[in-house]
Design a protein around this ligand. Structure first.
Ligand SMILES: [Zn+2]
Length: 337
């Protein structure tokens, strides 16, 4: 799956289609991202790396550069190093992946416009770790007149340009064997597809067809795809969105299935793909017979297709600035662990 250098990487790159291209990166920044020299960048252009603009002053799509670098196999590019760093926890022991964990959680949304339009509304998802045996302490909504959005506490809403939710989030991992033969066949089939997780434009994130036609997936599309397979096999399944402690800019998606034993189990198709890119990861992360919910998953009550942060003004969804912080909670010495 991993290419042997940037040149080969261009041949197997899933290029962002023209209608979704940003071409937001110039040559100087492209060379930094790819950790390459000018001559190599020109070679990549000759080999078909998509770009726009005059020769010598080309612009590239940031997602193309990220995906090319990530699967180049050089080990020196910025995306490869960032990935290896933020996924180093995948080398943790099973005990570490399952142990109770307390995190300080903060999610904030603000209108991205200089001046917010009329009738502003801000909506945020609330962490729901109780879905997988965890709990939430000291949930605060700022400003305090924000309140539940009438969906059972899955989101909070306020008629204002900004909103924040903070809480101490307790999570714990869970490991279970998958019992349903249909379910085991589905996860084994998915693993054998050798998909590539890639950064995709927003509009393509949930496109299940890219999985079967192009072999590329986002966590949203992979979760949708798995849930569809479960559905066809008569296995109850829902997609779930949430966060991963330690991977702050990533809203993650996974699948919750109801197994033959009546238990709800987490299947995380993307962790299995990620773990193949980092040497020495815990093999449980890619065992298709095991449902592993790590203590790093912080679920919302929402499915793929919803968003964890939203802002509307003048009656329309508008660009929003979203910040997410999930850090280890300070130890409280008076508590017994
Ligand atoms: Zn606004």
């Amino acid at each position: 799956m991993t290419a042997t250098g940037l040149g080969d990487g261009v041949d197997t790159l899933f290029a962002v289609p023209p209608e979704h291209r940003l071409d937001d990166v110039d040559r100087a920044s492209a060379k930094q991202i790819l950790a390459c020299d000018d001559r190599t960048l020109s070679m990549l252009l000759d080999r078909g790396l998509p770009a726009s603009g005059a020769p010598g002053a080309e612009h590239f799509d940031s997602r193309d550069l990220f995906n090319l670098a990530l699967y180049s196999g050089t080990g020196t590019t910025v995306p490869e190093q960032a990935f290896a760093y933020s996924l180093r926890w995948m080398r943790s022991s099973t005990e570490e992946l399952l142990a109770p964990r307390a995190s300080r959680f903060e999610l904030r949304v603000a209108c991205a416009a200089g001046t917010c339009g009329p009738r502003p509304t801000s909506v945020l998802a609330v962490p729901r770790p109780e879905r997988s045996g965890g709990a939430v302490d000291d949930l605060t909504i700022d400003p305090a007149d924000g309140g539940p959005d009438g969906d059972g506490g899955d989101t909070v809403v306020r008629a204002a340009p900004g909103l924040a939710v903070a809480a101490t989030v307790h999570t714990r991992g869970e490991q279970a064997q998958l019992r349903s033969p249909e379910l085991r066949a589905i996860t084994a089939e998915f693993a054998a597809m050798n998909l590539r997780w890639v950064k995709l434009p927003e509009a393509m994130q949930e496109d299940v067809e890219l999985i079967t036609t192009r072999g590329v997936a986002s966590c949203a599309s992979a979760s949708r795809y798995l849930a569809q397979l479960c559905d066809r096999a008569g296995v109850p399944a829902v997609t779930r969105i949430g966060w991963v402690v330690g991977m702050l800019d990533l809203v993650h998606a996974w699948v919750e299935v109801e197994d033959d034993d009546g238990a709800t189990k987490v299947i995380d198709p993307i962790f299995a793909l990620f773990s193949a890119t980092v040497p020495g990861t815990n093999p449980l992360l890619r065992d298709p017979a095991v449902a592993l919910c790590t203590n790093r998953l912080v679920p919302t009550g929402l499915s793929v297709g919803r968003t964890v942060a939203e802002h509307r003004c003048a009656g329309e969804p508008t660009a929003a600035r979203v910040t997410t912080k999930i850090l280890p909670a300070p130890k409280r010495p008076q508590e017994t662990p």
